[in-house]
Design a protein around this ligand. Structure first.
Ligand SMILES: [Fe+2]
Ligand SMILES: [Fe+2]
Length: 322
């Protein structure tokens, strides 16, 4: 049994089409989308329509919640600030109510029990926390702590836009605690140290691992004796043309309405690096919390760091114009 894992599409229809074409060749038995279908790239509506036409299994991510909370009246008051949240306002205006109803009913957590395979648990982030992601170099203890309630030996998530294939072992307590390093005690009962196979397929539409190609994974059922948890991963990266997506930031009005955040998403699509978190970190470090507008802060960031020139140098549209 072979499953295709797609995640973090983020409204990038061109990247999704490139991956779908590759899936036509690979012919997996099932396709699972691990959340964040929408937001960031200007084709969220097209992505939702595309996926609804398929028989794919779909989970919800935190970007679905940005949208659902905003249009559903559950967002904090400051989300109505157009300078800070214009990107989300643009998105809210460009998804239809029937698409919202579809997103409203997606599951956040899923376990697959296909015949003659080991069970697989999936969530966009950590179980119960769609905004907690795992980084490739995150200490195993932190991941093990987040997975303490996961009974299944294979855990698939997304959110960090990084391809991950790691065996995580819950460290055994020190010998003096238990008298035996191979066991620890829980509710008075001894347990062997637990392991999880942690898999992240990477991001289809907005990779942040330095490689702008559309990324996904195939997992194949194998003997648990060969691989703990019984699933072997192969990560894939597909070349596609980013220029139509980059052009659409201007043409769709997203950049005009979404301001700083839309521009930073554009930068992320160009560089395949974290741009939004770096701006927020710089702002926290160098500017007072109050009194400097979001736009002025971004202007100061550009002047201080020269990041805009770094992005422009790598922009496929810029290269085209030369
Ligand atoms: Fe995401
Ligand atoms: Fe996410």
């Amino acid at each position: 049994m072979r499953l295709a894992l797609l995640a973090d599409i983020h409204g990038n229809i061109h990247a999704l089409q490139a991956v779908a074409a590759r899936l036509e060749q690979l012919q997996p038995d099932a396709v699972i989308v691990v959340g964040d279908l929408i937001n960031a790239v200007p084709f969220s509506s097209q992505v939702v329509d595309f996926i609804r036409e398929t028989d794919w299994i779909v989970l919800r991510g935190n970007h679905e919640f940005y949208y659902l909370d905003f249009v559903g009246g559950r967002a904090p008051d400051d989300w109505h600030d157009p300078m800070r949240w214009g990107q989300l306002h643009w998105l809210a205006e460009h998804l239809r109510p029937d698409q919202g109803a579809y997103l409203a009913a997606l599951p956040d957590d899923l376990t697959l029990f296909y015949p003659h395979t080991e069970p697989v648990r999936l969530a966009h982030g950590a179980p119960g926390n769609h905004r907690m992601g795992f980084m490739p170099d995150m200490p195993a203890e932190r991941i093990a702590a987040a997975l303490a309630g996961v009974e299944q030996a294979t855990f698939i998530n997304a959110h960090t836009h990084q391809q991950i294939d790691r065996i995580i072992t819950q460290p055994a307590p020190a010998v003096e605690e238990t008298g035996d390093p191979a066991f620890y005690f829980e509710n008075g009962q001894p347990h062997a140290p637990r392991t999880w196979h942690v898999i992240n397929p990477g991001s289809v539409g907005l990779p942040l691992n330095g490689d702008p190609r559309a990324q996904f994974a195939i997992v194949e059922s194998v003997s648990p004796a060969a691989i703990p948890g019984g699933w072997r991963v192969s990560h894939h990266r597909v070349e596609y043309d980013r220029r139509p997506a980059l052009e659409a930031y201007h043409a769709s009005g997203m950049l005009a309405q979404g301001g700083v955040i839309s521009e930073l998403f554009y930068w992320e699509l160009v560089t395949a690096r974290w741009e939004i978190p770096y701006f927020f970190m710089w702002r926290r470090e160098h500017l007072p919390q109050d009194g400097v507008s979001f736009e002025d802060a971004f202007r100061a960031y550009k002047e201080a760091t020269g990041r805009e020139a770094f992005v422009r140098e790598r922009d496929p549209l810029r290269r085209q114009r030369r």
